[in-house]
Design a protein around this ligand. Structure first.
Ligand code: PLP
Length: 357
């Protein structure tokens, strides 16, 4: 069975280094657990590293962590309207952009005799979630009128859908909106959540973070990189997740398929380069388990192609044999898929490692 080895100590180290780095300018962190399906031991490693909240996009993942006894403030990144009751019951803070959803949340919060805390997301150009700045004042007025909703902050999300870079301009826009809202409604907004792992460069270069005092980090903590150009962040571990798969066939074969070429299993008509006769191996791992394009061999093994259940490698210079194991580093998309695949075993290695990068 393919397996993913997860170094909890490296994840904790990453969370700790990032908490210290961002903490220097007063920015607290939410550790984002959605890519690992809210795996409780990973959330715990993030908390030990110093994140102040655990944030996830799925209520089911938050329920999983709570059931496992993880104790922290939980934030829901994506509000599902029809799950408003479960949100009120399980989540401390949710991110919101629709009055209809806020009304539902207020309704259930009242029923459970509590206040539900929310962060209102503002659209600053990436065109995923967010209230347009011009609509924000009216939106805030309606939200503040809801009896069991407490607005604890505002936030924005960039570099996800539109690939828009967090910069001085959009970050100071968010900061200014805080001042405007606080003045207009005589409120205090506690959490100003400026973004995600894509905010690293902005943070390093900005002379002043102004009102921004929170970031929501998934990929930086898990994979040790920023996400504008996927550069490693100095001092962070970039190999906390390693995927292992077994060689199930190893043979010397031609590199050019023979017969008439039609569509492959995924509807593409493939083309091949003739490299002569080479050793090829097949791994028991496929597109149902991972995003194959996001795998990176630590031994410079070349991936020739893949189908649902198989990955074909060029093994000319490696002489891999049946039963051997091959391991890969994963990118975010591959990690997301691998953690979601029921066919991949998750194994935790706790031993502390000083090897970085
Ligand atoms: C996924 C997500 C994040 C975390 O993004 P990373 O790039 O993994 O840091 C932050 N905020 C929201 C709203 C998200 O959906």
């Amino acid at each position: 069975m393919p397996r993913i080895e997860i170094s909890l100590s490296q994840i904790r180290d990453n969370a700790e280094i990032l908490s210290e780095l961002y903490g220097q300018k007063g920015i607290s962190l939410m550790g984002v657990s959605k890519a690992v399906l809210g795996e409780p031991s990973i959330a715990e490693a993030m908390i030990q590293g110093g994140v102040k909240f655990i944030a996830d996009s799925r209520i089911e993942n938050i329920q999983r962590m709570k059931t496992a006894g993880i104790s922290t403030k939980f934030v829901l990144l994506r509000t599902p309207l029809s799950q408003a009751e479960a949100v009120v019951k399980n989540v401390d803070i949710s991110l919101n952009t629709e009055i209809k959803t806020l009304e539902e949340l207020s309704y259930y919060a009242k029923a459970y005799h509590k206040n539900h805390q929310v962060i209102i997301m503002v659209e600053l150009g990436d065109l995923r979630e967010g209230v347009l700045p011009g609509d924000l004042s009216q939106f805030m007025r309606k939200t503040l009128a809801l009896s069991h909703i407490e607005v604890v902050g505002i936030g924005c999300n960039l570099a996800c859908y539109g690939g828009i870079k967090p910069d001085e301009k959009n970050m100071s826009k968010l900061s200014k909106l805080v001042d405007t809202l606080e003045k207009e409604f005589t409120i205090k907004l506690e959490i100003i959540s400026g973004g995600n792992s894509a905010n690293y460069e902005w943070y390093k270069s900005t002379p002043d973070v102004s009102n921004i005092n929170n970031l929501r980090l998934g990929e930086s903590i898990l994979l040790g990189c920023e996400t504008l150009s996927r550069k490693a962040i100095p001092g962070l571990h970039t190999r906390a997740f390693q995927l292992f798969a077994e060689v199930i066939e190893s043979k010397i074969k031609p590199s050019l398929p023979f017969g008439e070429i039609c569509q492959d299993a995924f509807g593409n008509v493939p083309s091949f380069q003739d490299r002569g006769i080479r050793r090829r191996v097949i791994l028991a791992l496929g597109r149902q388990d991972v995003l194959v394009s996001g795998l990176k061999s630590n031994h410079k093994l070349e991936i020739l192609g893949s189908s649902s259940d198989h990955i074909i490698l060029d093994s000319q210079n490696h002489n891999l044999q049946v039963g051997d194991e091959v391991n890969f580093n994963l990118d975010y998309g591959s990690l997301l898929a691998a953690m979601t695949s029921p066919f991949i075993k998750k194994e935790f290695v706790n031993c502390y490692s000083h090897v970085v990068g």
